[in-house]
Design a protein around this ligand. Structure first.
Ligand SMILES: Nc1nc2c(c(=O)[nH]1)N[C@H]1C(S)=C(S)[C@@H](COP(=O)(O)O)O[C@H]1N2
Ligand SMILES: [Mo]
Length: 164
């Protein structure tokens, strides 16, 4: 009996911890980084924000505001700019979402001296925080023709070397 109650309490604590983590909506930046980061919604609001307009899959235009992924990678001391050469050209950024969705960019695709692709980690849409199920952080890639990489509920960014 005592065990059952202790088990129930433990389960409750565990589920509170997991739901608490997604509720807080932190983003971790890790892997081949000089400085791993854990970014909260308050933390992200400290970064310089940019705007991007993008249509949703119904064709309606929305105004997103957020932080350039390049500046997040820069803060995490990822090899960009002059450091992005030789073996570092094999590096990619894997973006993981709360629903298990994952998308990938090569570092060179993002770097200003190579692809210079605009990728924004948005925290607001049309002047409001992102709605439940899409936030608190979402990728916006205004120049992608398909919408599929505009990932909702981003929770992790991992930099790695591609394997042969
Ligand atoms: N986490 C997550 N993000 C996602 C998806 C998903 O299944 N999970 N679907 C993608 C696809 S296929 C599309 S078309 C767009 C749709 O974005 P919208 O809701 O702004 O129209 O979200 C993308 N982001
Ligand atoms: Mo899609």
């Amino acid at each position: 009996m005592k065990h059952k109650i202790a088990g129930a309490i433990l389960l409750t604590i565990l589920s509170l911890t997991t739901s608490g983590q997604t509720g807080q909506g932190t983003l971790t930046v890790k892997g081949e980084v000089g400085l791993p980061l854990t970014i909260t919604t308050a933390g992200l609001s400290e970064f310089r924000h940019a705007e991007a307009n993008m249509k949703d899959r119904e064709g309606n235009m929305h105004k997103y505001t957020g932080v350039s992924v390049l500046s997040i990678l820069d803060s995490a001391k990822v090899t960009l700019g002059k450091q992005l050469r030789g073996e570092h050209l094999k590096k990619y950024l894997l973006v993981k979402c709360a629903d298990g969705y994952q998308v990938l960019f090569s570092l060179a695709e993002l770097d200003p001296d190579f692809g210079n692709k605009t990728v924004i980690l948005a925290d607001r849409v049309d002047g409001k925080p992102l709605p439940e199920g899409k936030g608190p952080f979402r990728l916006i890639i205004p120049d992608d023709k398909a919408l599929a990489r505009n990932s909702y509920e981003v929770i992790e960014m991992i930099v790695s070397f591609a394997k042969d």
